[in-house]
Design a protein around this ligand. Structure first.
Ligand code: ATP
Ligand code: MN
Length: 279
């Protein structure tokens, strides 16, 4: 434990003895029941200037919840809080951790520690991707089980997922082709410049803000050295191709062609894969 962490720890333990840890200003309209440790962690993030006001739930998943909050200078931020690790979750993440030398040891930890590691893993993956110019929400802060990042949306309303945009009929074929190319190019950048493979890429983990694509939910991303990284890459590409081909009736290049263009660092092949595709 470093000096800073030790100080924070001491401070938290001091506060745990205080009867009142509720900060009405921080929780304005959110009627959530957080455990004590999460409340303290949110207070710490507030003190660090990472967020000011938690003002609504964006998404309530099984393991993680995403909240809308105000950042330091009044801009919106997204706050992802990892709450529980179900047995299913532990089983699910094992395949991403196994073989990744950075994280092999974590599964033996108690749940709250696992959630902390997982939040940190998502933060560091986001950071690597962001620095490699992959289109992801900008990572802002991470502390314990809480990750603060750029909010993708407008006026506190989140942008639609690719899946939702398609269902709402927002993707005509030209736009779909453009979006498809953009996603593939982000997968390429992720591979070559961040050294990572997403591992859970699908129409549910891509947001569409205006005409810009954002890749989200990167906690499970693996380094290229991971023994299954190329299997994950192939699956990521398949998911995206199948979605555009089957749901949006786009004539995409074959999965293998995209896969090998990425592996061979053949970026030119990915510039406009739609036009170059022959039946
Ligand atoms: P779930 O169990 O709900 O699938 P998850 O672990 O998949 O959660 P994410 O996919 O990262 O978590 O986020 C869940 C949802 O929260 C997303 O589908 C999206 O609607 C919203 N969301 C995530 N990150 C952001 C962000 N940076 N800005 C706006 N909304 C976001
Ligand atoms: Mn998701």
């Amino acid at each position: 434990m470093g000096d800073v962490e030790r100080d924070v720890d001491r401070e938290l333990r001091k506060r745990l003895r205080e009867p009142r840890i509720r900060d009405d200003d921080l929780f304005e309209t959110v009627e959530e029941v957080f455990d004590r440790a999460t409340v303290l962690a949110l207070l710490e993030l507030k003190q660090r200037g990472c967020l000011s006001k938690l003002s609504g739930v964006v998404s309530a998943g099984k393991e993680a919840r995403v909240y809308l909050a105000k950042g330091k200078s009044g801009e919106y931020v997204a706050v992802k809080i990892y709450l529980t690790a179900t047995a299913e979750f532990k089983k699910g993440i094992w395949k991403y951790i196994k073989g990744d030398p950075r994280y092999e040891w974590v599964l033996s930890l108690p749940t709250h520690k696992l959630m902390t590691i997982w939040a940190r893993k998502e933060f560091s993956n986001l950071k690597r991707m962001y620095e490699a110019s992959v289109s992801v929400p900008k990572p802002i802060c991470v502390y314990r089980n809480i990750l603060v990042m750029e909010f993708i949306g407008e006026n506190g309303v989140r942008a639609p997922l690719l899946k939702e945009a398609a269902e709402a009929g927002l993707l005509d074929s030209d736009f779909a082709a453009q979006i498809f190319t953009e996603i593939v190019r982000n997968v390429y950048r992720m591979y070559w410049y961040a050294g990572l493979v997403h591992g859970d890429l699908s129409e549910y983990n891509v947001m569409l803000h205006g005409d810009r694509v954002y890749i989200i939910d990167v906690s499970q991303a693996v380094k290229l050295e991971h023994p299954n990284s190329h299997m994950f890459l192939y699956r990521d590409i398949s998911n995206i191709v199948k979605f555009f081909r089957d749901e949006l009736k786009l004539r995409t290049p074959p999965i293998d062609k995209i896969y090998y263009s990425i592996l061979n660092k053949d970026e030119a092949q990915l510039q406009s894969p739609i036009e170059e595709h022959e039946e």
